[in-house]
Every structure is written in C-alpha cells, then in structure tokens.
Design a protein around this ligand. Structure first.
Ligand code: PLP
Length: 397
C-alpha cells in the first residue's frame, strides 16, 4: 500500500485546480497590485475578484475581508487589535482554554502587558460551558475568543449562542474558524461574529495565506504597519498567487461541502467503529455528535502517543499527536488536559484527520496496522498491567 496521509487537520495538499489558477500569477501576471501601470491593474483585478469570491463564500461584504499571512497572523491581529483598541473601556480578555496556541500564547503575552486574561473552561467533550462563560464576563471584559471547531479533538462550539451572549454583554466576539472553513457551513452573519479567521492550507489551498473577517463598523488596531495595502490596515505587498489560490480553494470547498463532509465522515465513522470494537482500552476524545466530519482523536491507554505515531509512520501512515504546532514538545495537550483527561491518557492521544482523497481501504489498512502496533507497544510498556489481557479482538473496555 502507498503512503497514507491522515493528517489533513495539519495541512492539505493543494488541489490541482487551485494550482492551475495560481500559476499565471507567478510568471505572466506578476505585477504588484499597488502599481499604477497595466501590470498592476491586471493583478489588482485578480485580488478584487478573489476578495469578492471569498466574501460570498462566508456571507460577508468584500470590504470586510483582510488578507493575512495565515491563521496565526489573523488570530494575533484579532486578539491584539481588539485588546488595544478597546483598552480604554476595559482590560479583561476571555479566550477558551482549548484555543490554538496562536490565541493562547498571544493571550499570555497580553497578560504580561497589563491585560487580565480568563481562560474559559470546557466540559469533558471540549465544549465551552456557556453558563460559566456568562459568569466570567465582567463590565471590563472587551473581547471573547472561542474557536468554531477544535483542531485537536474536532469539537464544534456553540458559536452562535456565544456571539449572542457577547452582543448582549457588549463585548467583541472573535471566532477562529481555521479548522471549520471549507469543512462545515460558515456564514458570519448567521454566527453573529464580529471577527473570524481562516487559513487556505486547511482546505486544499496554498500555505502562508489566510484572512481575517472584520465586521464593518468594528475598529481594531493594526498588527502589521507598513504600506497602504488592505485599506491601510495591513502593510505588505499582497501575495497575489496565494490570494487567487485561496479564493479558488474556498469556492471549490464551498461548492462541494455537503458531499465532501458526508464522504470524510463516512471514513471517520468506519475508523471510529472499528477502533472501538477491535482495540481495548481506548477512549474517543471530543464531542460524539458535534464534531468536525474529518476528525477522530483517540487516547490509547498505557501507550505514549509519540511511540504510536512513529510506529505508524514506519508503516507509511501519517497521523499527529496533539496539534502539529505543539508536537515536538513533550507536554501533554492543553486541550485534553482542559477536558479533564489525566496526564497519562493525554500523553497517549493521536489525531487522525481524513481527507477527500482517502479511501475506505486505507482506513481498514490503518486499523489493521494500529491493532498490531498497539499490541506490541503495550507488551513493551511498563505501564501496562500484566493481569490485563492485550487481546487483539477483545470486548470494549
Ligand atoms: N487556528 C487553528 C484552529 C489551527 O488549527 C491552526 C493551524 O493548525 C491555526 C490557527 C494556525 O493557522 P496557520 O497555520 O495558517 O498559521
């Protein structure tokens, strides 16, 4: 069997149709969209068309879309930009405990700069507790950030209800939709978000390009100062091929959303069913129903996630332990700890994220490989109690 890629939450391959749209903007149509001559005019119209197409996909106005270098920059901009713009009104910020490091690390930096940060608690499924969130909002709270869907466990948050709560309390609501865009329906006006971020490389677009939606009328500070690009809000020469590619990728993803979601969900469900039935002492993390169609996250008791990841890699199967950004660190996932998992279980967790080019045969091959590896690793593990049976086809725990 060829190599199997089950890490689409980390990044996706560029769709050939997207690449085709991008190519002319590297060579023939290379003008700087800020230039006054015909070369510039050619690319400025491509950037305008891309902005229109992206706005249409998420139900925004083109003037509400600001291009960034990706999800991390968009998240940083939303949080820092709102915190500083509204500092005169209050210096209390809330972000959920399960946000991506782009938010968590930024919030911690702001805490060193005179802001007060509350990390909103989640339940065992990783869902933000609305009652606790409401109690955490104070008169000096200016910003609430809760992601649309979690990158590690796939849990989808009740962002519409959170947006309504924030509106009633008079604070800005931002949602990181990096994992949600192109995967589930996303309309900014339906959600009621003041700001929303996304990143092209999660939906078969190029890396290094993303966007921040900023509701018209909302004033935030700039993050990147420089030229007059992006209506004077974000300096830097526009990455024209990437912008064109992001628009095409989002258009394709939006057009085929239901069909793709149903297909990857069928792979995910096949995987989850087989793992739960055939491998003992496992826990499926994340919300059982309100979850991204492509995500399955499992804790394998008595095993280190990294050993599992490397053993699967040796068999040509690419998965992730925790988020790609924090892998390489030996800290257990902050998301799983916030959901109340004990450290041991959090250490033994692996994320499988499926894509439109995966097949049921690949899922079956991976489950078979996983069964074998789990048995071997548990046999070697000092954590595995001798009296437990490391059966290959056991009953569920
Ligand atoms: N937010 C979430 C939820 C993500 O999953 C990621 C990437 O993994 C990011 C933000 C960062 O996006 P980017 O890689 O475009 O900087």
């Amino acid at each position: 069997m060829d190599k199997i890629y089950f890490d689409h939450a980390a990044t996706t391959p560029v769709d050939p149709r997207v690449l085709e749209k991008m190519l002319p903007y590297f060579t023939q149509n290379f003008g700087n969209p800020n230039s006054q001559h015909s070369f510039g005019r050619q690319t400025v119209s491509a950037v305008d068309d891309a902005r229109d197409a992206i706005a249409a996909c998420i139900g925004a106005k083109p003037s509400e879309i600001y291009f960034t270098s990706g999800g991390t920059e968009a998240d940083n901009w939303a949080l820092r930009g709102a915190a500083y713009a509204l500092a005169g009104r209050g210096k209390h910020l809330i972000v959920s405990a399960v946000e991506h490091p782009a938010m968590i690390a930024t919030a911690k930096e702001l805490a060193k700069k005179g802001f007060e940060v509350t990390f909103a608690e989640v339940d065992e499924y990783g869902t933000v507790d609305l009652a606790k969130l409401e109690r955490a909002i104070r008169p000096d709270t200016t910003f609430v950030g809760v992601m649309t869907a979690n990158n590690e466990v796939g849990t989808i948050q009740p962002v519409g209800e959170i947006a309504a709560l924030c509106k009633a309390k008079g604070c800005v609501f931002f949602t990181d939709a990096v994992q949600a865009a192109g995967a589930i329906p996303l309309r900014v006006k339906d959600i009621g978000a003041d700001m929303l971020s996304f990143s092209a490389h999660k939906f078969y677009g190029p890396k290094g390009i993303g966007a921040l939606y900023i509701r018209s009328g909302l004033k935030i500070e700039k993050l990147i100062t420089g030229g007059h690009q992006e209506r004077n809000m974000r300096g830097g020469t526009t990455n024209v091929p990437a912008v064109v590619g992001m628009a095409e990728a989002l258009r394709i993803a939006s057009e085929n959303l239901e069909e793709n979601a149903a297909y990857v969900a069928s792979l995910r469900d096949r995987f989850i069913r087989r793992v739960q039935k055939e491998i003992p002492y496992v826990r499926c993390n994340g919300h059982p129903a309100h979850r991204l169609p492509a995500n399955a996250n499992f804790s394998f008791r008595y095993i280190e996630g990294e050993s599992l990841l490397f053993s699967l890699d040796l068999k040509g199967i690419a998965v992730s332990s925790g988020s790609a950004c924090s892998s390489g660190s030996l800290e257990p996932s902050h998301v799983l700890l916030a959901m109340g998992l004990p450290e041991g279980l959090a250490h033994g967790s692996i994320r499988f994220s499926f894509g439109k080019d995966n097949t049921p045969e690949q899922v079956d091959y991976a489950v078979d490989a996983l069964k074998e590896i789990v048995v071997k690793l548990r046999a070697l593990s000092p954590l595995f109690p001798k009296e437990l049976k490391n059966e290959v086809f056991p009953k569920e725990e």
